[in-house]
Ligand binder design. Structure first.
Ligand code: SF4
Length: 871
C-alpha cells in the first residue's frame, strides 16, 4: 500500500475536496517519475514550495533540478507543494485541513525544511497563503520557539530579499545545486544533536550564499532607509552569492517529473548555459548569473536523450538567458534536429538575438518552428538601444525580419519596453515606426508588438533609475495603440498595475513585509494573474502602515544606501555606476565572453571564470529509434485498446489522458503512425470522453501502428508507463479501416453521496411510476429540458455485496459501501449524438441532491454494448 493510501489527510482531500474544486488534476501528486521516497527512512525531509499555481510551478526548471538533487541523496527526501487556487484554499480552510506535500500526503508542518522559490515579486502574497494554510506562523520571529520547519527561500528574487525577509529563517542567494545539500546536512546534524534554532541559524549564516535576515537589523532615519547592520560580531557584513563554477558537472534531472495536466511549459527544458554577459543595462539576470558557463554539447545531447526517454515529451526546449549566444549553437541545433525530428520531437527555442541568427540557423529552425518568430529590440530608436547596450542595429533587425518572412514565417513578434531611462516621446514614437519598418520587409505578413513597462532592478546599472508611474505607463501604451498605423500590426502589453507592484517590491525595504501581510489579510491572492490582482489592497495596506510606497519608484542617489547593499552578486558597484554613466554617453560595452574582460568583479579566474565551448563537434548522430511515417494507410495496423480509469485518474480530463497516452506510447517505443503536416500527431483516437470525476473500466482508444506488434507486448509495455489509475485492460487488432464506434448503451454503477436505502428506494419508486422525468441541463449556455425516461433504463437499487467480484476488487468505494451497508444504483444510458443527460445530472435530480452532494457521488462506467458493425 502506498504512503498516500495510508494517509488520512490525503484520503480526505481526495474524497471530499478534489471533486469540488476547479482543475483537481493540480493536486494529485501522481506525476510520472515522481520520487515518492519513504517518509520514515529519510533523515531530512524537504518540501519544495512554488508560490504560484501548479501549471506555473511545474514549468520551473529550478524546482525540478533541486527535486532531483535532494531525492538522489540517500538520507533526504523532497516532496512538492504549489499554491492552491482560491477555491481550494477556501475548501481547506472550511474543512480545517492543512496544505500538504503532494507525494507524501504529509502536512507541510511535518517537514524539516520548506524550500520556497522566489521566482518573481508578484508571487509574494502566495507565500503567505501557503505558510498560513500549513498552520505555520508567518513571521520568522514567531517561529523561534517550538518545532517548526526551517523556512528557506531561494531563486531569482532572493538577490533582493528585504521585502520578504521577515518571513524567512534563511534565504539562499545564488546557485542552489551544491548549497541545498550543505544546508540539508547542517539540519540533519542539528536534528541529531537537538541544537536550538538560534544556533542553527547562526551556523547557516556561515555557509556561502546563505542570508539569515534575523541576524541583520535595518536602520531608518526620519522614515528613510539608512543601512542594514549585522547584529552580532560574527555575522558576515556581506552575504556573498553562491556560484557553481562548473555547470557541465552539475547534476541535471535524468528523469524529470512529467506533469499530470497541461502546464505552461509542457516540454523538456534543457539548460544549455547559465549566465549572460551581453551587458544589457536593464537586465538583472545578466548581472546576477554571471559569468557565462556553458554546458558541453555532448552533455546537452545526453540530457536530451535521457529526458525524452524517461518522459515521452514531444517537445524539447533549449534554455539559457541568451540561447543564440551559445558558442556551438549551430552544431547543437543541427545535431538535435537531425536526431529528434524524425522521431517527431519538436524543438523550441526562446527568442533569439538578432546578431546570432545566421541564415543556417534560420534554415534549421524553420523546419522545427512551433510558433511565431520572436525578436527583442527592447527599444524603438537606435539611440535608446545604445543607451541600454542592446547592441542591435536597425539594419540588422530589418535584415533578419526580411529573411524570416522570406523563409516562410508569417508573424514576427517584437518585444519592447517603455519607460527606459532617458526615454523621450520620440523613442516611444520610434516603437511604432520600427514595427512598421519590420512589416514593410514582408510582402504579406503580420507583426505583433509586446510592450512592457521598465522596472529598475537591483544589482543592475539601472538600479538607481526612476520607474514611470502607472498612469504614465498607461498614457504611453495608449499612444502606441493609437499610432500603430497598420491593421497588420497587433499590440499586446503587460498590465501597468503589475509593473507598478513589481517595481515596489523590487526596490523596497524590510518595512514592506507588513504592507504585504496586511494586503494579504485583506485578500491579495495570486497577484501574477491579472484577473485576480487588486492593487487597491496594497494601497490601503500601505496607507494603514503609514508607508508612502510611491516613493519607491523614484530615482535613487547613486551614492546613497540601498536595501540590498549587504547582498553581493560579485559585481562591483563601481562597475554598475560606470555602466550607468556609459548609458548616458551611449557607449557600447562588449560581451566579455568573446571580447576583453571589463573587470565587473565576478571572476577570480581560478575557480570562477567564463566557460565557453571551444570545440563544436557533436557525438555521432544515432539512428532514430523508430516511428517512421506511414506512407500508405492500407499498411497500417489498427489496435483497439480497452482501458480503465480509476481512483485519482478520475480527476484527469480528456486532454490529460490524451497526452498521457501519447507520451506513454513514445516511452514504450511503439511504432505508432503520425499525421502529416507541421505538427504531426500520433494516430490515436478516443471514444466519447467521460466527464471529469467519472471512473470507468471500459474506455476505448484506437491506435494505428506502422508495423505489427505482439498484442501482449503492447498492453504490457504501455502499462509500465501509464499514469496511476490508468490501465490497459486489453489490446486487440482490428482488421480493415474502421472508426472508433460509439457504444449504443452504457452501463453505470453509482454510489450516491450521503444517501440511505430509504431515500434511494423512494426516489426509484417515483421514477418508475412517472411517465416522464424531466432533467434541466445547460449546454453551450442554453438551458435544455430533456426526458430522462427516454435515455435511462434499468435504473435499479443494488446491494454492493451482489456486485461481480471482478468489479468489487477493482473499485475502491465498494469496500466502504459494504462496510457501511450503503446501497448503489445501476443505470443504463442510451447513447445519442444530440445533447445528452449525464449520469451525474440524472442522479442529482433523482435523489434531489445539492450541486455539491452530486459532485461527491462516485460513478463507475462498467460496460457498454456496441452495434454489430463496430469493434
Ligand atoms: S569579471 Fe570579466 S570576464 Fe568575468 S564576468 Fe566580469 S567582465 Fe566578464
Amino acid at each position: 500500500m502506498s504512503v498516500r493510501s495510508q494517509n488520512g489527510l490525503r484520503k480526505r482531500v481526495e474524497k471530499y475536496i478534489l471533486p469540488l474544486v476547479h482543475k483537481p488534476g493540480r493536486y494529485l501528486g501522481t506525476e510520472i517519475n515522481r520520487a515518492c521516497k519513504p517518509w520514515e527512512e529519510a533523515e531530512v525531509r524537504f518540501c519544495l514550495l512554488f508560490p504560484d499555481l501548479y501549471e506555473i510551478g511545474m514549468s520551473h526548471l529550478g524546482l525540478h533540478i533541486l527535486y532531483s538533487i535532494v531525492n538522489d541523496t540517500s538520507w533526504a527526501l523532497a516532496d512538492r507543494a504549489y499554491c492552491p487556487d482560491t477555491d481550494m484554499e477556501k475548501r481547506l480552510r472550511q474543512e480545517k485541513l492543512p496544505l500538504w506535500g503532494l507525494e507524501t500526503g504529509q502536512g507541510l508542518k511535518d517537514f524539516d525544511i520548506l524550500a520556497i522559490t522566489l521566482p518573481y515579486e508578484l508571487c509574494y502574497s502566495n507565500i503567505l497563503t501557503m505558510l498560513d494554510l500549513a498552520n505555520i506562523p508567518l513571521f520568522s520571529g514567531e517561529r523561534l520557539k517550538g518545532e517548526w520547519p526551517l523556512i528557506l527561500g531561494g531563486g531569482s528574487c532572493s538577490v533582493q530579499p528585504e521585502p520578504v525577509a521577515d518571513f524567512f529563517d534563511a534565504i539562499l542567494i545564488g546557485d542552489g545545486e551544491e548549497k541545498i545539500i550543505e544546508i540539508g546536512k547542517l539540519v540533519k546534524e542539528a536534528k541529531g544533536q537537538k541544537i536550538p534554532k538560534g544556533e542553527i541559524l547562526r551556523r547557516l549564516s556561515k555557509i556561502q550564499g546563505v542570508y539569515v535576515p534575523s541576524l541583520y537589523k535595518p536602520i531608518y532615519a526620519n522614515g528613510i532607509f539608512k543601512e542594514i547592520e549585522p547584529r552580532g560580531a560574527d555575522t558576515p557584513e556581506m552575504v556573498e552569492r553562491a556560484i557553481l563554477p562548473d555547470l557541465d558537472k552539475a547534476p541535471f534531472p535524468s528523469a524529470p517529473l512529467l506533469p499530470t495536466i497541461s502546464v505552461v511549459h509542457d516540454r523538456l527544458g534543457l539548460e544549455i548555459a547559465r549566465g549572460c554577459t551581453r551587458g544589457c543595462r536593464f537586465c538583472q539576470a545578466g548581472i546576477t548569473y554571471r559569468p557565462v558557463r556553458e554546458r558541453a554539447i555532448s552533455t546537452v545531447l545526453e540530457m536530451a536523450d535521457r529526458g525524452l526517454e524517461s518522459t515521452g515529451w514531444e517537445e524539447l526546449s533549449l534554455l539559457s538567458l541568451s540561447t543564440g549566444d551559445y558558442s556551438c549553437i549551430t552544431t547543437l541545433i543541427e545535431a538535435i534536429t537531425t536526431k529528434y525530428l524524425p522521431q517527431k520531437t519538436a524543438v523550441s527555442l526562446p527568442s533569439l538575438r538578432v546578431g546570432t541568427l545566421t541564415p543556417r540557423i534560420m534554415e534549421l529552425i524553420r523546419g522545427i518552428r512551433k510558433t511565431g518568430f520572436t525578436l527583442a529590440p527592447e527599444a524603438g530608436s537606435e539611440r535608446l538601444r545604445k543607451a541600454i547596450n542592446k547592441g542591435i542595429t536597425e539594419e540588422d533587425l530589418l535584415k533578419t525580419a526580411e529573411e524570416a518572412f522570406k523563409q516562410g514565417w508569417s508573424n514576427i513578434k517584437l518585444y519592447f519596453m517603455i519607460g527606459l531611462p532617458t526615454e523621450t516621446q520620440d523613442d516611444v514614437t520610434a516603437i511604432g515606426e520600427l514595427a512598421r519598418k519590420v512589416l514593410a520587409t514582408a510582402s504579406k505578413g503580420q507583426v505583433t508588438i509586446s510592450v512592457g513597462t521598465f522596472v529598475p532592478k537591483p544589482h543592475t546599472p539601472f538600479q538607481w533609475e526612476r520607474q514611470i508611474s502607472e498612469e504614465e505607463s498607461r498614457r504611453r501604451l495608449q499612444f502606441l495603440k493609437k499610432n500603430l498605423g497598420s491593421r497588420a500590426i497587433k499590440m499586446k502589453w503587460h498590465d501597468p498595475r503589475q509593473s507598478f507592484l513589481e517595481g515596489i517590491f523590487s526596490r523596497g525595504d524590510r518595512r514592506l513585509a507588513k504592507v504585504l501581510h496586511k494586503a494579504w489579510q485583506k485578500g491579495a491572492r495570486l497577484d501574477a494573474w491579472t484577473d485576480r490582482l487588486d492593487t487597491a489592497l496594497y494601497a490601503e495596506a500601505a496607507k494603514e502602515e503609514g508607508l508612502d510606497i510611491d516613493v519607491l519608484l523614484l530615482e535613487r542617489d547613486p551614492h546613497g544606501p540601498l536595501p540590498w547593499d549587504h547582498i553581493s552578486m560579485g559585481v562591483e558597484t563601481h562597475f554598475l555606476r560606470s555602466e550607468r554613466r556609459r548609458a548616458r554617453e551611449l557607449a557600447y560595452t562588449s560581451d566579455c565572453r568573446t571580447n576583453k574582460c571589463h573587470k565587473c568583479g565576478v571572476c577570480d579566474f581560478k575557480q570562477i571564470k567564463p566557460v565557453v565551448q571551444k570545440k563544436c563537434t557533436s557525438t555521432p548522430i544515432q539512428k532514430p529509434v523508430t516511428l517512421e511515417k506511414v506512407k500508405d494507410e492500407t499498411q497500417s495496423h489498427t489496435i483497439l485498446l480497452t482501458y480503465s480509469k480509476l481512483g485519482l485518474a478520475r480527476f484527469l480530463g480528456h486532454l490529460d489522458i490524451l497526452h498521457a497516452f501519447h507520451r506513454a506510447i513514445r516511452r514504450a517505443h511503439l511504432p505508432v503512425a503520425y499525421s502529416q503536416g507541421f505538427h504531426p500527431m500520433p494516430k490515436v483516437s478516443f471514444g466519447r470522453p467521460i466527464p471529469l470525476g467519472t471512473e470507468s473500466l471500459v474506455e476505448k482508444a484506437a491506435m494505428v501502428l506502422t508495423e505489427p506488434i505482439d498484442m501482449k507486448q503492447i498492453a504490457g509495455s504501455l502499462n509500465k508507463t501509464m499514469p496511476e489509475g490508468v490501465h490497459i485492460e486489453e489490446a486487440s487488432a482490428v482488421t480493415g479501416k474502421k472508426a472508433l464506434t460509439e457504444a449504443v448503451t452504457t452501463r453505470y454503477l453509482i454510489l450516491p453521496f450521503n444517501s440511505n436505502r430509504n431515500r434511494i428506494d423512494a426516489a426509484l419508486g417515483l421514477f418508475h411510476e412517472s411517465k416522464e422525468w424531466m432533467v434541466k441541463i445547460v449546454r453551450k449556455n442554453r438551458i435544455l429540458s430533456l426526458n430522462a425516461k427516454e435515455v435511462f433504463s434499468d435504473v435499479e437499487l443494488v446491494d454492493p455485496k451482489m456486485i461481480d467480484p471482478k468489479i468489487r476488487d477493482r473499485w475502491e468505494p465498494l469496500e466502504e459501501a459494504i462496510e457501511k451497508s450503503l446501497f448503489l444504483i445501476t443505470i443504463s444510458l442510451i447513447q445519442r449524438d444530440t445533447a445528452q443527460i449525464k449520469p451525474s445530472e440524472f442522479i442529482k435530480t433523482l435523489l434531489k441532491q445539492s450541486e455539491e452532494e452530486s459532485k461527491l457521488n462516485r460513478i463507475l462506467k462498467i460496460g457498454q454494448e456496441r452495434p454489430r458493425s463496430s469493434f
